[in-house]
Write a protein that binds this ligand. Structure first.
Ligand code: NAP
Length: 310
């Protein structure tokens, strides 16, 4: 456990949980049964991964927007460890609209939309989350300072005690910091063996003590299994750790330990839908990499483009 005072007074785990795939469509068009999803989250919380990330748009399809917040809400409300021991993050500002040919996606950072979306998130969760982040920047239509003011209105209205930003470039993080008078609590950006294009934002977060939630830390659900072969430096360090600790260590665990090693405000938020992968993520919280291993991982090749480029 660690401490990120800007974010919350609660202890913050070294590794959190991304809940998105618990709402993904399976072969039959439906997500996994809610009781199974809740069991996975309870298992993760029991293992000490007591920060959970959701969003209003995480859902099997546009007709079921809010599905993931409902699942997370149920898991949090029913966990025997208690709501006070969990840090809940949700995100607003993307609009997912169902249509005949699939969903359409847009962004709305207006004050009115953010307030409406935050109220809906609180209702679906069944409690006030610890932090609400703006999911993505509407770069073509809205000055970012206005979006940040909208997020401040969300906080003032009591929909969350802390607010954050997401998928930002450094200049946007700096705007948010200035407009919020240094009260932005979190930034949620992509960082993984695959994508390391925002080192300036990561350094900004560490400098200010702003929580940095590293999303898709394995490069996303579709490619996660390929991590050891696509990014062999992580497999090499895993083999070294296996040798030195005498217990099996995987490339995925090394990826999480490498992200955690940036410092306490950096919290990777891997997703898992099964107990064994949750167990593996939890083990990574106890893995210590050497300075030399961290330097080799940092210098190893990555992809230049984001999973979801703007
Ligand atoms: N803010 C944003 O714009 C944004 C964008 C994307 C994602 N996110 C957040 O980031 C979270 C994670 O991202 P993601 O779901 O895209 O992908 P991810 O965490 O990079 O990969 C998830 C996949 O990794 C597998 N996995 C988990 N732990 C593992 C382990 N220890 N060893 C081997 N495989 C493991 C899981 O398998 P099983 O399913 O078999 O357990 C799952 O298929 C999301 O849930 C969401 O909360 C945020």
């Amino acid at each position: 456990m660690t401490s990120i005072p800007l974010l919350t007074d609660k202890p913050v785990p070294v590794i959190g949980v991304g809940a998105m795939p618990l709402s993904n469509q399976r072969a039959d068009g439906d997500p996994m049964p809610t009781e199974d999803a809740v069991a996975v989250l309870h298992h993760a919380f029991d293992l000490g991964m007591t920060l959970v990330d959701t969003a209003d748009i995480y859902a099997p399809d546009g007709h079921r927007v809010g599905h993931n917040e409902r699942v997370v809400g149920e898991a949090v409300r029913t966990w025997p460890g208690g709501r006070d021991n969990l840090v809940v993050v949700t995100k607003i500002g993307i609009v997912r609209t169902p249509g005949h040919d699939g969903d359409t996606w847009s962004r709305d950072g207006s004050r009115d939309h953010l307030l409406r979306a935050a109220e809906a998130s609180v209702e679906r969760l069944g409690f006030v989350p610890d932090v609400i982040c703006n999911h993505r920047v509407n770069r073509t239509q809205q000055p970012y300072a206005d979006t940040v003011r909208g997020m401040l209105a969300v906080r003032e209205a009591g929909f969350a005690p802390a607010i954050g930003i997401g998928n930002v470039h450094l200049d946007e993080a700096e705007i948010a910091w200035e407009v919020s008078e240094g009260t932005i609590a979190a930034v949620e950006n992509e960082r993984s063996p695959r994508f390391r294009g925002d080192t300036d934002v990561l350094e900004w977060a560490v400098r200010h003590g702003v929580a940095y939630f590293a999303w898709s830390p394995f490069g996303g659900g579709r490619d996660a299994a390929e991590l050891p072969t696509r990014y062999p430096a992580f497999a090499e360090v895993a083999a070294e750790q296996t040798e030195s600790t005498g217990a099996p260590v995987t490339a995925h665990e090394v990826a999480l330990a490498w992200l955690s090693a940036y410092g306490p405000p950096v919290v990777p938020i891997p997703a898992f839908t099964r107990f064994p992968t949750a167990d593996s993520a939890a083990r990574a919280a106890h893995l210590t990499l050497t300075t030399d291993q961290l330097a080799r991982l940092e210098a190893s090749p990555s992809m230049e483009t984001s999973l979801f480029p703007d």
